[in-house]
Design a protein around this ligand. Structure first.
Ligand SMILES: Nc1ncnc2c1ncn2[C@@H]1O[C@H](COP(=O)(O)OP(=O)(O)OP(=O)(O)O)[C@@H](O)[C@H]1O
Ligand SMILES: [Mg+2]
Length: 301
């Protein structure tokens, strides 16, 4: 990607050179790891008994990218997420996280990999007997982190999902959308550079679903987090593919739609069908696809 580069005329010479536009980008530009995908699947095969779920899947989630995974129920979306977490092992092929081949790592070695990944579960999956504070703090308590640090992180994460006031509430006192946001706060504890969302908006009303998408956009654009976002809701696809977040001088985050201003939204889509990737690309390309199955899917048939 050279989109963050500008051409700068050298004073002493007439030839143009490529220069990063900011210090951050300069660092990113010279970091060899920056070029490594956050997640990579190489020809991954997986079957349960004789039922083939993934039949040679390859894709990359680049750094700072949101990869939307589309596919009907049972197409293998959650399975794919479980493979990234090492909860399942593929029958064949390789899975890399931050350039490291995790395919054959032991359970103990996988713990280190999981520590850098935040997971937002399909159902939110909060512990009903624990207050919001302890739910969000869960991973830190597990690692026996000092309580002062835990409290600081929990508050910061709850602020990120706009739920500071819910810190002492029990999960059953929260609405479905609030529970989902607590689930996101919990996933973000420890500042993971990779976040996996499995149907984070399922069962939520459209405005609440939108707030969840905005959180994902904020993570993508402000925190440079790489993510997989499993969904079958077309509205989510539209938000994540057409809106971007910017932080204003006062620290407030605002959302804008891709418009005249040059902006390359860092969301790509893949679609799973019968074990194969039948699409990989941008939203416009998906909508323009002539493939009958894709068109039926997009039209909710
Ligand atoms: N541990 C398992 N043993 C046997 N079959 C399994 C197992 N886990 C998943 N499956 C099967 O694999 C297929 C893919 O399941 P998966 O949960 O990945 O689908 P999905 O795309 O996430 O669906 P949904 O949209 O309903 O969440 C399904 O047919 C499921 O029944
Ligand atoms: Mg699923």
């Amino acid at each position: 990607m050279v989109s963050f580069l500008k051409r700068k005329k050298e004073k002493e010479g007439s030839h143009a050179t490529m220069q990063p536009v900011s210090k951050d980008m300069e660092d990113a530009f010279f970091q060899p790891t920056r070029a490594l995908p956050a997640i990579e699947f190489r020809n991954v095969h997986l079957a349960f008994d004789d039922k083939v779920i993934l039949d040679g899947i390859s894709f990359k989630v680049r750094r700072g990218e949101t990869k939307i995974i589309l596919g009907r129920s049972g197409s293998g979306k959650s399975t794919l997420i479980r493979l990234v977490l090492g909860l399942l092992k593929p029958d064949d092929g390789e899975i890399l996280v931050d350039g490291e081949d995790i395919t054959y790592l032991s359970e103990a070695q996988m713990m280190d990999v999981r520590a850098k990944i935040g997971m937002v579960f399909q159902e939110g999956a909060l512990f009903d007997s624990l207050p919001v504070y302890d739910n969000v703090a869960y991973r830190l308590h597990e690692r026996k982190v000092d309580e002062e640090l835990v409290e600081e992180q929990v508050k910061r994460m709850l602020e990120f999902v706009d739920l500071e006031d819910a810190i002492d509430k029990m999960p059953d006192e929260l609405s479905g959308g609030m529970r989902r946001r607590v689930g996101i706060a919990r996933a973000l504890v420890g500042n993971p550079r990779i976040v996996l969302f499995d149907e984070p908006t399922a069962g939520l009303d459209p405005p609440t679903a939108r707030t969840i998408c905005e959180l994902a956009i904020k993570l993508r654009d402000i925190q440079d987090v790489s993510s997989i976002f499993v969904t079958h809701e077309m509205k989510n696809l539209e938000y994540l593919s057409s809106e971007y977040a910017i932080m204003e001088d006062d620290g407030k985050v605002i959302f804008e739609e891709e418009g005249e201003r040059l902006c390359i939204i860092n969301t790509e889509i893949i679609m799973l069908h019968e074990g194969e990737l039948i699409f990989s690309g941008k939203e416009e390309q998906l909508r323009a696809s002539k493939d009958k199955y894709i068109q039926r899917f997009l039209n909710g048939k």
